[in-house]
Design a protein around this ligand. Structure first.
Ligand SMILES: [Zn+2]
Length: 489
């Protein structure tokens, strides 16, 4: 009974909250009209995101997801160039002409091994191998929605300038954007906008970790593991010796470094000495120099492991991304607009879903967060105070090439960690769609500001040059390798 009363009280409170948000709508009349236009299209963008959620295509294999977004943009009058930078699923959709040029990033790759139904308990989807545990189906669709609404506004007002939607595959480990940067896709862009699904609404000038990843392949000699082990050389021994050394090394590297691995091949049967084994490594640090130093030592451990186990080792660098370079003035602009748009208000059904999800978090983690936090916007914090996102993103490389600004919105129940089944679940239902529309709206308002006031772009560019350094030369951390189109195969 008590529970029921609480339920109705919170539903009532949310209803009132919703009303008051509507009553004190912020922003100019023009902004409100544009936002209302986007709001009306929520069901259709929700349906697109759900399709991409269903496809759940992993890095560089996002054929259907990429085609769906391209079709939508073509229908809306964008000129679409596909197969950019040697990547079949990368594309650039352009509308308008001349300066300024604003580009919005759109991701759409899923994560392997994280299939989950859109329900608040752990339930896999039988036969599905991947899931949108980082919400990139929302990322791609929300950015597309923003690009289209900016296009409509440019058309209606007759403003000069170009809006681009850049379809960027394989963010999860494939470093897709690095190849687009190398190809010069952002050469004529003045400001890049992006966003990321999350468990809160925030537009702080925060950074991320630089990252290098590689597959280390060991080759030995197979033999009967009991009858003739002396004739064998175990490739798995090579992998294990390397892991052992790297794990000891952890004590002697800067403690804010992250190193993680999975053994992707380790032999087929215990009675055969494995002649082939593979381990897939990531190393990360916020400082690229520290990272490169640690990385050299990881490679030495691999070489030492091969020497000691009498196996052969070869390394293939798969990914490499920069840390994100924040631009404070742009983040302030984004924050101002996020504040106009406001957070996500749950219906009673969504609140129930959120509460069930919260119950699945460990006690010291997300369960302390309230679902109503999705309705709030985090206060603005300066770069030195802004929490760095724990992960890495290939947006980093873009941000060292063009002034770049992003935001995060509450597409997941507050307290949800990225790359979890709880993220897949909320992303597949209305909570995810609502958070996505907050992003689409905020990106739209920010682009409108930039088109309206070129001095904002000038200010951002000089600030960006200052923090980046004038003599900076971009060099991809993954060298000049071709896109690792088969890294998920
Ligand atoms: Zn992500």
């Amino acid at each position: 009974m008590k529970k029921l009363t609480q339920y109705w009280l919170s539903a009532l409170a949310l209803g009132l909250l919703h009303q008051s948000v509507q009553a004190q709508s912020k922003g100019t009349k023009e902004q409100q009209e544009v936002l209302a236009g986007l709001e009306k299209k929520t069901p259709s963008y929700g349906a697109i995101s759900k399709k991409i959620w269903d496809y759940a295509e992993v890095g560089y294999q996002e054929t259907k997801s990429s085609a769906l977004l391209q079709d939508e943009l073509k229908k809306e009058g964008f000129a679409v160039q596909s197969g950019v930078a040697g990547i079949p699923t990368a594309f650039v959709a352009t509308y308008g002409s001349g300066k300024p040029v604003i580009s919005i990033l759109a991701e759409f790759d899923a994560l392997p091994g994280l299939a989950q139904q859109a329900v608040p308990e752990r339930k896999v989807i039988e036969g599905q191998k991947a899931g949108h545990a980082c919400g990139h189906h929302l990322f791609g669709t929300g950015s597309t929605a923003a690009a289209i609404s900016v296009k409509d506004w440019l058309k209606q007002t007759g403003k000069k300038g170009t809006i681009k939607l850049v379809g960027t595959p394989a963010e999860e480990g494939g470093s897709g954007k690095v190849y687009l940067v190398r190809e010069g896709v952002f050469k004529d862009t003045d400001v890049v906008l992006h966003w990321h699904p999350g468990d809160r609404n925030v537009a702080n000038p925060s950074s991320s970790l630089a990252n290098i990843s590689a597959k280390f392949r060991f080759r030995g000699i197979s033999a009967h593991a009991a009858a003739a082990p002396e004739r064998g050389r175990s490739a798995l021994d090579g992998v294990e010796a390397m892991n052992n050394m790297v794990n000891m090394m952890r004590e002697h590297i800067p403690s804010d470094t992250r190193v993680h691995y999975v053994i992707t091949r380790g032999g087929e049967a215990p009675n055969v000495v494995p002649d082939y084994a593979e381990v897939y490594y990531y190393a990360r640090n916020k400082d690229r120099d520290v990272l490169q130093d640690v990385w050299k030592r990881i490679v030495k451990a691999a070489e030492g492991a091969a020497l000691g186990t009498d196996t052969k080792m070869e390394m293939e660098v798969i990914g490499g991304v920069y840390n994100v370079l924040p631009v404070e003035s742009l983040a302030q602009l984004m924050h101002k607009n996020l504040d106009i748009v406001g957070g996500v208000t749950y219906t009673p059904e969504e609140t129930k879903f959120a509460e069930k999800i919260s119950e699945t978090f460990g006690t010291s983690f997300g369960s302390l967060r309230k679902s109503t936090e999705a309705g709030t916007v985090m206060p603005f914090a300066l770069p030195n105070k802004a929490e760095s996102m724990g992960g890495s993103t290939d947006v980093g490389d873009v941000s060292w090439t063009v002034p770049t600004v992003g935001l995060g919105t509450a597409t997941w129940v507050p307290g949800t960690a990225a790359h979890s089944w709880q993220a897949v679940a909320a992303g597949g239902m209305s909570i995810g769609v609502k958070g996505m529309m907050v992003a689409a709206k905020t990106l739209t308002l920010t682009a409108m500001d930039l088109f309206n006031d070129p001095s904002l772009i000038q200010k951002a560019q000089s600030e960006w040059l200052e923090v980046r350094g004038k003599n900076f030369q971009y060099e991809a951390l993954l060298g000049n390798r071709k896109p690792a189109l088969d890294y998920r195969k």
